[in-house]
Design a protein. Sequence first.
Length: 411
Amino acid sequence: MAAAPAPPAAPPKPTWDPRDPVRPWLRPTIRIRLTLLYGGMFLIAGILLLSIIYLLTAQALQVRVGDLPFKIVEGKVQPTTEWCQLPERGTGEQFNQAVAGCLQYQREMALDDLLQRSLFALLGLSVIAFAFGYAMAGRVLSPLGRITRTARRVAGSDLSRRIELDGPDDELKELSDTFDEMLDRLERAFTAQQRFVANASHELRTPLAINRTLLEVHLSDPGAPVELQQLGKTLLATNERSEQLVEGLLLLARSDNQIVERKPVDLAEVAARAVDQARGEAETKGVEIRGERTPAMVQGNGVLLERIALNLVQNAVRYNIPEGGWVEVTTQTQQGNALLVVSNTGPVVPAYEVDNLFEPFRRLRQERTGSDKGVGLGLSIARSVARAHGGRIIAEPREGGGLVMRVTLPV
């Protein structure tokens, strides 16, 4: 019998987060590459020019005995420098050879001085060229910087941002205008989708509330047959599940928007309220809730942040082991961020299944309906709320089974 194929490996995750601060000196940006390109070209051109000038000057200063503009026939010559040694007496040919040697030495000194001064000049001009190239590259690429900053804000669920680039009608302005048009279409599409979900959720609330009232009235009749009461309880449970689904859709539509009104919220208090709400269910399932929660203040919406904590704690309680299970809820402040960590025992979760848990109506090893543990929107809502607050949520398989959910929010 053939062995079952191995599960596919999890795709590699990006190592760069768009919310991380930009560090232009630690990565090869276009500005630095242009600076190195133009500065390097200037440096190579300067070296070639210096070599040519040096060779031409050396050729022009080449001195031979026959090339002297004078000829010593006889007489006495007295040197004026230490490096020029001339015989006190001798033939004219000896004097000519000595003078040619002195001129050759003077030529070499002049070439060395020329080379030294030229190298210093080339070094100074190279520094100026690199600085000027860096400044000009920054000026030319400043529109790209505006586009990047706008894209980062859009990545934080703020679709109202626009580049609105001014200047000449060049390729960068064309790119900026195209990006603005794309943002307009995206904003309209997201707004229409959120409006539709919100309107549909509101419209569905009324008939569901009426159904619940009618079912509760019939179930309160003591003379109703047992079969009818059992059917009514089943319908009431189905109606309650539908109400939870509608509330989840409405909250998901709300949380996808950027949070406009922010107030100081303590994650420790939010987590404590969530633990209190889930404690009864945890005691019923025999799950222990523990953990130390230190104050961690953030700016945001307390109701939505409480929904994150409640969803994570309820999932940790419901997807746990039958006996001896535990859930650990901790809060802390670390490196300028507030952290909410929910860990639990439970079944082993493959690494490639973790990302699917955040999709709407998806659960571990099953999809959509067929579970009495929820409607499948809890983690989707938690991720949407975290993004709306400028944070993120990460799930990691815990060694031995279960998950570790980390919510990171800016302080």
